[in-house]
Design a protein around this ligand. Structure first.
Ligand code: ZN
Length: 267
């Protein structure tokens, strides 16, 4: 979505936050950043292009990285950022961080880009400079709506939406997206059954109107999101219904074909 450096830093920031104790796709996830060894393991699983130094790891670095994790988590939780407080937190992380201009590898990217200069070569300072730089990039480009938490039930994993159409709503830890789809499908099936029952009972109810209504959870999600994101959620909802609607349409076509056939027969 953005340039490669920002993308990989935001991804690593998300991975860092998700080492916190929490629920990932209905599974309890313990704190995964408790020792020098676990910090080393975390770093080795990140994109090596980040070039985060691993030679100076000690307990103080573990504690500093944990502090950074907490601060970034707080900033992320405030997204989309519209108030002064999270911005001040980013500014605190940026204290002493400089900027230099480097030539990029080219391709579709601009020829040069600005990269942060950390206050030292120690791991926590390098990580702080990179992540704070990526966060300020999102703030100044009005893209903090991409800093999200998974929409799945029983999941507090953070995600960064790097898709062009802002469509990422679920984490990749388990089956959050699937579970939500199954739930939405079941809700629609229940609505369909209810509509069928009403039709049989002679109550006036338009099945398709009932069918198109979003579930309570989806409504709540829309309320909690700015307009553009609720539009995305609505789009995803519509996409999920597409198969079902196509199926309905096919049935309708068959019906109208039968009617036509009947008319033809009458003629
Ligand atoms: Zn999730």
């Amino acid at each position: 979505m953005f340039h490669a450096e920002i993308n990989r830093t935001l991804t690593a920031a998300v991975n860092l936050m998700n080492t916190s104790e929490g629920l990932h796709s209905a599974q309890a996830s313990p704190d995964q950043l408790t020792s020098i060894e676990s910090l080393r393991k975390f770093l080795s699983s990140q994109d090596s292009e980040l070039k985060w130094p691993t030679s100076t790891l000690d307990r103080a670095q573990v504690d500093s990285v944990r502090d950074l994790r907490d601060t970034v988590h707080q900033i992320w939780g405030a997204a989309p950022i519209t108030t002064k407080e999270p911005v001040e937190k980013i500014n605190t992380l940026l204290e002493g961080v400089g900027t230099r201009v480097v030539r990029t590898s080219g391709g579709e990217e601009p020829q040069f880009r600005a990269v942060p200069i950390p206050v030292s070569t120690q791991l926590a300072d390098v990580m702080t400079a990179a992540i704070a730089d990526a966060l300020q990039f999102l703030v100044v480009n009005d893209e903090t709506g991409r800093m999200r938490t998974c929409k799945g039930d029983e999941c507090d994993a953070v995600i960064v939406d790097l898709t062009r159409n802002r469509s990422k709503l679920f984490c990749d830890f388990g089956n959050c997206a699937n579970r939500a789809h199954v739930r939405a499908y079941r809700a629609r099936q229940a609505a369909l059954r209810e509509a069928g029952r009403r039709a049989l009972a002679g109550e006036a109810a338009e099945p398709s109107a009932t069918l198109a209504k979003p579930s309570a959870a989806e409504k709540a999600a829309q309320i909690n999101e700015p307009t553009s994101e609720s539009a995305v959620a609505a789009k995803e909802f519509r996409d999920r219904m597409r198969d079902e609607l196509m199926e309905k349409r096919e049935k309708k076509d068959k019906k109208s074909k039968k009617k036509k056939d009947k008319k033809k027969a009458k003629k």
